[in-house]
Write a protein that binds this ligand. Structure first.
Ligand code: DQA
Length: 146
């Protein structure tokens, strides 16, 4: 079983980007922790990041054939993108939404996520650990090992 872990804009700069909010771990640190846990769970994790809305839409469309579940941190597009929501609505498997920070504790414009209208579960404010928790949830939803 394959889980696509998708990251939106500015998450390529994780670690240097507002570390007081997002922590000091880099996105490649997160990718390798996810790969390790995925292996333990008997899953394959594909980790992607793009700063471009259309590229994220393409990756979600491709996942219809290439992935069994999607974990997505849509970043700022959470709050703006009907296109990403529409693409996710064409994907049949589990969709789990992750935010590193607690978006509900921050500016009002971050409180609404279009993606939450499709997500089977949402994790916010658990730091980068949220990705690992989402992977465990993906494993149970997919009925994989552990
Ligand atoms: C974020 C929260 C968003 O509001 C923000 O635009 C991000 C990251 C998070 O992981 O906490 O880029 O999705």
């Amino acid at each position: 079983r394959t889980v696509l872990i998708l990251n939106g804009p500015n998450l390529n700069l994780l670690g240097t980007r507002q570390p007081e909010i997002y922590g000091s771990e880099t996105l490649s640190d997160v990718a390798s922790r996810c790969a390790d846990l995925a292996a333990q769970l008997g899953l394959e994790a594909r980790f992607e990041q793009s700063n471009h809305e259309g590229v994220l839409v393409d990756l979600i469309q491709d996942a219809r054939d290439g992935a069994d579940a999607i974990i997505i941190n849509p970043a700022a597009y959470s709050h703006t993108s009907v296109a990403i929501l529409d693409a996710l609505n064409m994907f049949d498997g589990p969709v789990l939404e992750v935010h590193i920070s607690n978006i509900h504790k921050r500016e009002t414009f971050r409180h609404h996520s279009f993606v939450s209208g499709r997500a089977d579960g949402v994790i916010a404010g658990f730091g980068t650990e949220g990705y690992l928790l989402a992977l465990r949830r993906a494993a149970s939803l997919l009925g994989a090992a552990e």
